[in-house]
Design a binder for this molecule. Structure first.
Ligand code: FAD
Length: 281
């Protein structure tokens, strides 16, 4: 449980951090909250020669309204999101998700950026990012690029971030209260075995459903969404739609749940999330 030897750098600015990543390439790893990277280093699954600690780069730690959206700095902790009055009013799904992550220590150190970049198949944020159609602003040596949530999560533990890039900001839309996050969690860690984030736009009769924990990467439950598109939300339409929450995906199987049980949980949790969100309207 002791990591391999590494050099440690603590840049004060984003430019400095990007310079270090450009210099060291694949030998370097960004450190944010450390709640995924440090365990991986202790298990020697990750053996960076240089750890670039971005924890003191204050411009990455913010929650503010910008051009009609909410911009969240990558270093914002789960607890800062959970306790944000601004998000409580403008995007209540996010504090709800944050409050269900791990325990107090994890929420105080872990960051939304680190969690999204890590792309753990059981992580909570990807479900919400997909349901909200969030956008990710990524800084690199040649400037910034913006990526939609649907293109950000590539595969198990793989996001679109390259070794010389740093996730800077996440943009989410202002939403109403008709949203919810429900998960069936692993008892010990809190990670999702099945987690469903849903955002209901009653005016447009549109429903977005993000699912995590079930497959190698989080996904939008397209079959369930189209089943509800344009229709009134009722107990019957919700129940029918929720049955499609795992359609077209290849569910994971591990010590926590078989593939069959995970697919079943996806449907049960989707039904609860849809009912809860609908009841908030
Ligand atoms: C006991 C325990 C329980 C947990 N329970 C849950 C849970 O219930 N739900 C859940 O979702 N998560 C859970 N987690 C994970 C937690 O949410 C972590 O915060 C998250 O996985 C990683 O965030 P971090 O800030 O710690 O990132 P780090 O561990 O510092 O980094 C993770 C990865 O992202 C990269 N990275 C980090 N920030 C950036 C950036 N801005 N730009 C580019 N690359 C970056 C790092 O290089 C590394 O590869 C748990 C963790 C622990 C230890």
């Amino acid at each position: 449980m002791i990591p391999a030897a590494f050099d440690y750098a603590r840049p004060a600015t984003l430019e400095e951090a990007l310079g270090l990543l450009t210099k060291h390439g694949e030998d370097a790893k960004v450190l944010a909250g450390g709640h995924s990277l440090i365990p991986a280093m202790k298990l020697r699954l990750s053996q960076p020669k240089v750890v670039v600690d971005i924890g003191r780069i204050n411009e990455l730690r913010s929650i503010e309204k910008r051009d009609g959206k909410i911009a969240i700095g990558a270093l914002t902790t789960h607890y800062e999101i959970e306790s944000s009055d601004l998000l409580g009013l403008t995007c209540p799904l996010l504090p709800e998700v944050a409050g269900k992550i791990g325990d107090v220590q994890v929420r105080n150190k872990g960051t939304i950026g680190g969690s999204c970049v890590h792309a753990d198949p059981a992580g909570d944020w990807p479900a919400a990012m997909l349901a909200l159609d969030a956008e990710f602003e990524i800084a690199g040596p040649g400037g910034s690029r913006t990526v939609a949530a649907k293109d950000f999560f590539i595969d198990m533990l793989t996001s679109t971030i390259k070794p010389d890039e740093i996730l800077k900001l996440i943009y989410v839309p202002v939403t109403t209260k008709t949203a919810a996050y429900v998960k069936f969690a692993q008892k010990a860690s809190g990670f999702a075995i099945a987690g469903v984030a849903t955002v209901i736009d009653k005016a447009r009769k549109n429903v977005a459903i993000g699912v995590t924990g079930v497959a190698a990467k989080a996904y939008r439950a397209a079959g369930a969404e189209s089943s509800l598109r344009g229709s009134e939300l009722s107990a019957a339409t919700i129940a029918t739609a929720a049955q499609k929450a795992a359609d077209g995906v290849d569910p994971l199987s591990d010590i926590h749940a078989s593939a069959e049980f995970r697919a079943h949980l996806a449907c049960v949790v989707a039904k609860r999330a849809l009912e809860l969100a609908a009841s908030r309207g």
